[in-house]
Design a protein around this ligand. Structure first.
Ligand code: SAM
Ligand code: SF4
Length: 327
């Protein structure tokens, strides 16, 4: 098992398949993009499947989510999913994507064994989308979402980040749309993980503000069971529709965290916000066997800190931005 000194067990693995992306969301990446990892630095498809196999076979991981950067840009994605679905202790498999190109691969991904998707969409306005992502791809995302729903990659969740003065008035409209389309909407508080270091606590849209805006239009009833899920969830107008808020900044859920992360270049991270990583790629390429890799992974997680450190005045943003960690 992947235990830490604070009594938590990590069973949920986030695997970043690439640090590249075809959007440039302002809260994530600069307009010019970033210095991408070179191909030899990236884990190969075989290496990814091997490490996922170690995680589920030896370390008690039950859930695997592929992310990035934009995971749909990874050529071998469908085959990686298929091979992970064929592992002896089959994990639940999900994907977080910006939705571009999902229209084409939703059915192959479902057939390969993917269970669910989260698609990021912050606005219903094509113009605001272009302002936020610096690309004119709003319609592609809507088509990707519909294709995921039609392929049965359900429940389809939509991730939305609200930015002050840009889309912060859209919360109720986004929720009405998601309910009508059969998607589960979750708002994510903006976190200090952008490559440009532009995050400002005083300006971010907090969970409290989001909920207040939603309550003008909807009745929200809190759901009792949160478990280790990062989203707090509410039934909307008595249900069955729901809405979630992931308030990593103002209502952190570190005490129940069950995450472990693997970057596209084979580094284990115990937290989004950590500044420390443990290399698995070197030992893997140097001939380590599965038991040795499992032991290195265990050691990497054992020292996980109690909290993200966001409230500490000495908090320093991690060197890697969200797109390179794997959000
Ligand atoms: N490209 C995919 C996507 O956008 O869904 C997967 C990777 S992206 C880094 C994963 C999630 O992180 C997205 O929902 C995105 O909105 C969110 N995200 C990126 N930067 C963020 C930030 N600074 N604060 C909060 N969420 C962020
Ligand atoms: Fe790309 Fe996702 Fe970052 Fe947007 S949030 S730039 S889609 S990695």
């Amino acid at each position: 098992m992947l235990l830490d000194t604070h009594g938590r067990t990590a069973t949920d693995l986030r695997v970043s398949l690439t640090d590249r992306c075809n959007l440039r969301c302002t809260y994530c990446m600069p307009e010019e993009g970033l210095a991408w990892l070179a191909k030899p630095e990236l884990l190969t498809d075989d290496e990814i499947v091997r490490l996922v196999g170690v995680a589920v076979g030896q370390l008690g991981v039950t859930d695997v989510r592929f992310t990035g950067g934009e995971p749909l840009l990874r050529r071998g994605l469908v085959s990686i999913v298929e091979r992970c679905a064929a592992l002896a202790s089959r994990p639940r498999l999900s994907l977080t994507s910006n939705g571009i190109g999902l229209e084409r691969v939703a059915v192959p991904l479902r057939e390969a064994g993917l269970d669910r998707v989260n698609v990021s969409l912050d606005t219903l306005s094509p113009e605001t989308f272009e302002r936020m992502t610096r690309r004119r791809r709003h319609a592609d995302v809507l088509r990707g979402l519909a294709a995921a729903r039609d392929a049965g990659l359900t429940p389809v969740k939509v991730n939305a980040v609200l930015m002050p003065g840009i889309n912060d008035t859209e919360a109720p409209e986004l929720l009405a749309w998601a309910l009508a389309e059969g998607y589960e909407l979750r708002f994510i508080e903006q976190m200090p993980l952008d490559a440009q270091h532009g995050w400002q606590r005083a300006e971010m849209i907090t969970a409290e503000r989001i909920l207040a805006a939603l309550r003008h239009r909807f009745t929200l009833t809190p759901e009792e069971t949160r478990g280790s899920a990062p989203a707090e969830r509410w039934l909307v107008d008595g249900g069955p529709g729901r809405v979630g808020v992931i308030a990593s900044v103002t209502r952190p859920f570190c005490r129940a965290c069950d995450r472990t992360r693997l970057t596209a270049d084979g580094q284990v991270r115990d937290c989004l916000f950590t500044r420390e990583e443990s290399d698995l790629r070197g030992p893997l390429r140097g001939g380590a066997d599965d038991a040795e890799l499992a032991e290195l992974w265990r050691r990497a997680m054992w020292g996980k800190k109690a909290g993200s450190g966001l409230d500490d005045p000495t908090f320093q943003q991690p060197q890697r931005p969200m797109s390179s960690i794997g959000g």
